[in-house]
Design a protein around this ligand. Structure first.
Ligand code: LUZ
Ligand code: MOS
Length: 755
């Protein structure tokens, strides 16, 4: 079934927040950001700005009617600065003008005097100074020290990974409209409508029921709107609350890049011990997470790093510690993979180091230690139905990898013996992925769906899922279509609205379709049960014998006279309830933070990717030529959507580890917070030759209709591209630092360059 959204996207008819008609009398909000990373505020003077024609009012921290507090997990983040600033880009004042131009003119006239202090930018320095967001966490299994002491080989090292800008095409945006009795309606670009509702209510000093949040769709999010849409929604709501007028808050690209959080950079130490045959014995790691100036989701991100510290491998003895370190950059936030990629990158670096010290090939180490069904993970969960080896072996067979790898090895061997480096080098790498599916915060694993069947047989579906281009609405449409046996054109996916589906979890953790699809299916079943009960009474047959297919009622295998529409209208006239609300919560999840053990994930998603890259050893430039994937999607609900997710996630992962680099001046000012200075992967940097096979015969009994979550796992394939490039450059056993920009690669190949 074709996703109708695509047509509207291509025609430019899809409407995002700022495409709505905005009334002329409405106000436009522009925020004044701290130009200083750390310091005491001596003066904040808005008097000249307030005189600008067309400016209605300016709000500062003092004017907030509710609490100046937007921290979701830990209450450590204020909406607007009070006596101190903690990062460049921290909001200090909000100007509300009749036009955006007037508000921007006024922002330029705001004067501040800040007593500058030396900012902390490095997470290790923050750790030394005990600037921690929360107490450190440690996952342990077995006895690591003993295992290291008895090991044949021990690999030690350090790995660094960088920040990543989400670069969703639609920047952060909210339009707030006052309705009756001081209530506020918000049209927001958020992955978490309930989180916006809660946060806005707190800042406005309202109960939650006065705030209605509506989300039609987002122009991308990638985690950047899981928590950080809240800030901008608050500014719009405060303006509407004060003025009684509609208020528009839409960030410019440069504001968005300056003031919103990124993927967390990590600096990590590792020790990997192995026996003579290359079996992993023990892994020790210390992760320093650069959280930025406030918690945001950092503690959850940190936790997922620990859950993925040993990547796709079985390690019997583990000691992994992680510290969320407070620094003076923008509070970092959720980003596809959510700390998992950072943890897995370090383990892959440890494998390279282990290969260097043991002389055993990387691929042999990887294959030998892949997770198997029954293996115990450091957090107490046992790998069930592990498909790591199946995906790996199938990739080798399907893409004839042994032959390919051999050819590249031979070239390298030739160079070694002749002592003559070619200008262009080729390299390969395999990257297995194993990613846990569920929110690690157990209570978030719930969702609701509300379905109306109208008297003409058309259907409206509301869930807590937010459509952000990932196709969740269409997957739910397919589920409903199959359940009712009707064509998808009869089914409308409504906006995500807090008054229709309340207390929803963010659409995140790759779980949007899993949870909301399951709830939608349950609601369909409830309606069907009522329809069948009624029709059985009129047809004088058994309800169990009735089914719906091809727009018609069936009794056993034979079609009845009644179409879907007939059934619906007859049931309505018999006063049968044609709407249903269903609630889904993932069964059997638990986790005990005091022991760091439990069963946090419903299941794991597996896969393997193979990459080939070519490096120009003279210039340091490279191309990722081939990406061949075998990915376990369970039984895909919509293969085309899932293919898009796998390819898109993989390219985004390659971008993180290769070209995307966020730099800061010593003052803490970001140097790359514009589209012109931050290098994004585009279509020309995607692998030229990309092939994706979905693992066959892979039904998953832990998610709706046998499917598996798809959003995040493929992101981590990008780690393989990094190693393929390094192997091509001949620097695969040194300097485990990402991103691998051409400049960095040039540096790494010094002394290893063709004449
Ligand atoms: N968000 C969250 C997430 O709050 N908890 C999670 O475990 C998670 N995982 C991935 C992405 N977002
Ligand atoms: Mo996310 S990183 O699943 O918002």
């Amino acid at each position: 079934m074709k996703n109708p959204d695509s047509t509207y996207h291509v025609m430019g008819l899809t409407r995002y927040v700022d495409d709505q008609d905005f009334p002329q009398r409405g106000l436009h909000c522009v925020v004044f950001f701290s130009p200083v990373a750390k310091g005491k505020v001596r003066k904040l003077d808005i008097s000249r700005a307030a005189e600008v024609r067309g400016v209605d009012f300016i709000l500062t921290a003092r004017d907030i009617p509710g609490e100046n507090q937007i921290g979701g997990i830990i209450e450590d983040e204020i909406l607007m600065a009070e006596d101190e600033v903690d990062f460049v880009g921290m909001p200090m004042a909000a100007v509300y003008g009749r036009t955006e131009e007037a508000a921007r003119e006024a922002v330029e006239l705001i004067e501040v005097d800040i007593e500058e202090e030396t900012p902390i930018l490095d997470p290790r320095e923050a750790y030394e100074k005990n600037e921690l967001i929360a107490p450190v966490r440690t996952f342990t299994l077995g006895n690591t020290e003993e295992a290291i002491a008895g090991a044949a080989y021990v690999a030690r090292g350090r790995a660094e990974s960088g920040a990543q800008e989400h670069f969703y095409l639609e920047t952060q945006a909210t339009i707030a409209t006052p309705t009756e009795e001081g209530n506020i309606f918000l049209s927001t670009g958020t992955q978490a409508p309930t989180s916006v509702q809660r946060c806005v209510a707190k800042v406005c000093g309202y109960p939650m029921n006065k705030i209605e949040v509506d989300v039609r769709r987002l122009g991308g999010a990638f985690g950047g709107k899981e928590d950080q849409a809240n800030t901008w929604a608050c500014f719009a709501a405060l303006g509407a609350q004060k003025s009684g007028l509609p208020c528009r808050m839409v960030l410019r690209r440069s504001e968005d890049m300056l003031a919103t959080g990124k993927r967390h950079p990590y600096s990590s130490d590792f020790t990997l011990a192995l026996d003579r045959e290359g079996k992993f014995l023990a892994y020790k790691a210390m992760f320093y997470q650069n959280a930025g100036a406030a918690a945001d989701l950092s503690t959850s991100v940190l936790e997922r790093t620990l859950f993925h510290a040993t990547a796709s491998y079985y390690v019997p003895h583990v000691h992994a510690t992680a510290a969320s370190c407070r620094t003076n950059i923008t509070p970092n936030t959720a980003f596809r993979g959510f700390g998992g990629p950072q943890g897995m990158f370090v383990f892959e670096a440890a494998i390279r180091e282990a290969s260097r010290v043991s002389g055993i090939s990387v691929e042999e180490l990887q294959r030998k230690n892949l997770l198997k069904t029954g293996d115990l993970l450091s957090y107490g969960q046992i790998a069930e139905n592990a498909r790591a080896e199946r995906c790996w072996d199938r990739a080798l067979e399907k893409y004839e990898l042994p032959k390919r790898m051999k050819a590249i090895d031979n070239q390298r061997e030739k160079e070694k013996t002749s002592g003559k480096l070619e200008r262009y080098g080729r390299g390969y790498a395999l990257m297995p992925v194993c990613f846990g599916i569920s929110f690690t915060t157990t209570f978030l694993n719930q969702a609701r769906a509300h379905i109306h069947v109208y008297t003409d047989g058309s259907v409206g579906v509301s869930t807590g899922a937010v459509e952000m281009g990932q196709g969740v609405n269409h997957k739910i449409r397919e589920i409903v279509s199959e359940s009712f046996g009707i064509d998808g054109t009869h089914i409308k996916l409504e906006s995500t609205n807090t008054t229709r589906v309340s207390n929803s979890s963010p659409t995140a953790a790759s779980s949007g379709a899993d949870f909301n699809g399951a709830a939608a299916l349950m609601a369909c079943e409830m309606i069907k049960e009522r329809l069948f009960k009624y029709m059985a009474s009129t047809l004088e047959c058994k309800a169990e014998d009735l089914s719906l297919k091809d727009g018609r009622l069936y009794q056993k295998e034979s079609p009845c006279e009644e179409s879907w529409e007939d059934v619906v209208i007859q049931a309505y006239r018999a006063r049968v309830q044609l709407s249903a609300e269903a609630h889904y919560s993932t069964p059997d999840l638990h986790f005990d933070k005091s022991t760091e053990k439990g069963h946090p994930f419903a299941y794991h998603t597996y896969g393997t990717a193979y990459f080939e890259a070519e490096v120009d050893r003279l210039l340091g430039t490279y191309r990722v030529e081939k990406a061949y994937v075998v990915h376990d999607l369970g039984r895909s609900i919509n293969p085309l959507i899932d293919l898009g997710q796998v390819e898109g996630g993989m390219v985004q992962g390659i971008g993180w580890l290769t070209m995307e680099e966020m730099r800061y001046a010593e003052s803490g000012r970001p140097l790359t917070a514009t589209a012109g200075t931050y290098k994004m992967p585009d279509i020309s940097s995607a692998p030229v030759d990309m092939k994706v096979e979905f693992l066959e015969d892979a039904y998953n009994d832990r998610a709706v209709k046998g499917s598996k979550a798809v959003g995040e796992p493929p992101f981590m394939y990008g780690i393989g591209a990094y190693w393929a490039i390094k192997r091509a450059a001949g620097t695969d056993f040194c300097s485990y630092t990402a991103p691998l920009t051409p400049e960095r690669l040039m540096g790494e190949t010094r002394g290893n360059r063709p004449d």
